[in-house]
Design a binder for this molecule. Structure first.
Ligand SMILES: Nc1ncnc2c1ncn2[C@@H]1O[C@H](COP(=O)(O)OP(=O)(O)OP(=O)(O)O)[C@@H](O)[C@H]1O
Ligand SMILES: [Mg+2]
Length: 348
């Protein structure tokens, strides 16, 4: 268990632990270093956000957690990853099948890719419920109806009779959430679950997800580009950059007192009252090439505060031990940076 468990939940085993995980995708003549020492954990019942620009390794982290990346496409260089104490990196396929769906489930951005377009919703739900719970068809049907009703779907029978394309995007995502909850998992991993939906539906779906998760004690790892969603829905947050966590803490504290210049950059373009739909487009410069990552702090070329010391990789510095606020910047110990720091031009 890492030394970073939230004090209020100390003593309870995290449902997900990722510790110093490094993975690479070997490619012709180069290697994509997608995860470079990512560490995070999710405690029972918590809603934890992961935020970062495109390419920061959020989806790779999510997919690898359930071993959903194509086998042999990647190499694990170091680290650990466990769900409910089970080592997911060495688990055999049959153990993975029992973890997926039963202990942990995944909700993707576009439910059309997860649902089979040629089969009615009811048939697909029954397949999942019968597979994991070995119920009779009649009991599985009753369970599917109850699950849909629980997702505030007024006419479950009609939805079960429909093909995925006959439903709205918000309704499809409700079906996916119902399916994800069908086996009462301890952990839900949601990768941009509402990005494809309009803002009002997005909020309804996330409120529903949170309400059901809280009621069942299900933990959620919520991956998003949207700082407003993190601030409204997540107890804690991890900020990722080039395949590693650069800042973590209780959401309100990280938002009020961000210590890493990257987090400050993500926040600086947002208005005081963040509205859903604000994307992370505010930091000048580019994410470095993951095939040729610089030594030291990988953010230094975009950072207005870079020092010679930043040629060495900064360790995680504890900003506030009581709330486990940490930041991987040599300057994290001081409140050196104003929250508008990155509105300055970056160094050449
Ligand atoms: N199968 C793969 N083979 C090679 N490289 C990959 C593979 N999957 C992901 N990558 C690379 O790993 C890096 C991290 O990708 P990832 O999808 O995790 O980013 P992300 O943070 O989810 O971004 P986004 O916000 O755009 O979804 C990217 O450079 C991506 O190109
Ligand atoms: Mg992604």
């Amino acid at each position: 268990m890492p030394a970073t468990v939230q004090p209020s939940l100390a003593g309870r085993e995290p449902v997900l632990v990722i510790d110093d995980l490094r993975i690479e995708f070997p490619a012709y003549k180069s290697t994509v270093k997608a995860l470079n020492g990512v560490s995070l954990h999710v405690n029972p019942g918590e809603i934890v956000g992961v935020i970062g620009e495109s390419g920061s390794g959020k989806s790779v982290t999510a997919m690898l957690s359930l071993r959903l990346l194509p086998e042999r496409s990647y190499e694990v260089k170091s680290g650990r990853l466990s769900i409910l104490g089970r080592d997911m990196l060495t688990a055999k396929e049959k153990d993975l099948l029992s973890v997926r769906g039963r202990d942990a489930a995944m909700i993707f951005q576009e439910p059309m890719t997860a649902l089979n377009p040629t089969r009615r919703i009811g048939r697909q739900m029954l397949d999942v419920i019968i597979h994991h719970q070995r119920l009779s068809k009649a009991d599985a049907t009753a369970k599917a109806i109850a699950l849909l009703r629980d997702m505030h779907i007024a006419d479950p029978g009609q939805v079960m009779n429909s093909y995925p394309f006959e439903l709205s995007g918000g309704m499809r995502q409700r079906v996916m959430i119902a399916l994800a909850f069908s086996c009462d998992p301890k952990l839900l991993i949601a990768d941009e679950p509402t990005t494809a939906l309009d803002v009002t539906v997005q909020r309804q779906v996330l409120l529903l997800l949170r309400e059901k998760a809280r009621a069942r004690g299900t933990a959620i790892l919520l991956i998003t580009h949207d700082m407003a969603l993190v601030s409204q829905f997540c107890d804690r947050v991890y900020v990722m950059y080039t395949g590693a966590v650069v800042e973590q803490g209780v959401t309100a504290q990280v938002m009020a007192d961000p210590r890493h210049p990257y987090t400050q950059g993500l926040l600086s373009g947002l208005p005081e009252q963040v509205e859903p739909g604000q994307d992370l487009l505010t930091i000048p410069g580019q994410v470095p090439n993951l095939s040729a990552l610089p030594e030291g702090c990988t953010f230094r070329d975009r950072c207005a505060f870079a020092l010679p010391k930043c040629l060495q990789r900064p360790p995680m510095h504890t900003v506030d031990a009581a709330t486990d606020h940490q930041s991987a910047c040599w300057l994290s110990a001081s409140s050196h940076t104003s929250s508008h720091a990155l509105s300055q031009e970056p160094r050449p």
